[in-house]
Design a protein around this ligand. Sequence first.
Ligand SMILES: [Zn+2]
Ligand SMILES: [Zn+2]
Length: 355
Amino acid sequence: MSSRDPVADLRRIAFLLERANEATYRVKAFRSAAATVAKTPQDELLARAEAGTLAKLPGIGEVTARCVAESLAGEEPVYLRRMAATEGTDQPAAAAALRAALRGDCHVHSDWSDGGSPIEEMALAAADLGHEYFALTDHSPRLTVARGLTPARLRRQLDHVARLNEALPDGFRILTGIEVDILEDGSLDQEDELLARLDVVVGSVHSKLRDESARMTRRMVTALANPHLDILGHMTGRKVSAAGEGDAAHSRARTRPPSTFDLDKVLAAALEHNKAIEINSRPDRLDPPKRMLTVAVEAGCLFSIDTDAHAPGQLDWLDFGCGRAALCGVPADRVVNTWPADRLLEWTRSHTAVP
Ligand SMILES: [Zn+2]
Ligand SMILES: [Zn+2]
């Protein structure tokens, strides 16, 4: 395939960002990358794209380097494609439509682990929001800082949820679940027999987040292949500042860069095993980043837009996830929590049924 003009592509992105009134620093990144590319000989650009060293050029960062490499390979940069795809669409309306299509939430904590409220309070708040269900996904044993549930405590929780479901208002049910730690070897931190009993299993990486890419990739791919896992939680583990304005040093201290892994391999595993990628709505997570989310949309993945709520009011954070999902063109029918509970459960059970 013949090359596209990377300078034109970068400038087009900058133009669209400006028109969308995006932050100046973001626009600048594309404009300065365009200036650098314009004065770099084509041979050198091609050699650097091949060697993966475009970002070593002044004014070129990781994101802009990827755009340049894609242009040089003759592909429309994913970043540009995303901007063009959502151009002219009414973002708030698209996000609101997605939010209206959601019937529940697949990632919710209670005071059995590190949440602040009893299960019944979470359930009543969710029912008030119009949810038909949520999956109760308290932490697994190894996450001791979050009071992860031992097998014995999880068994007690299952009995408790069964009793609560009897008493809850019609039209709302608690699905059983877990946010299970994906251990370093990719195995899941709970007994198989229990995982098999649960309605929804969210698997997340909470340790060794800075591990090298190859090992992190293997870890995530192994977990996605595990028949018990249904949804891959907050895939990069990043923490962004939710503080907005304010003490910069303080908010920096609470941020964490995304883990590094081979996104294509991880998404391929999700597709192969028919698993969902979580769009985590927490304002301090917003995970995966939009760039990755766009790639996952194009790959054809399933998604679950979840709040990861630790308190009743946080159940309403779905709007944050829907906004980002709409921006990246996530289709509603590929979001598993737009499905009725029965269809959702059919899907989660299909994973365990696979030999
Ligand atoms: Zn988590
Ligand atoms: Zn969580």
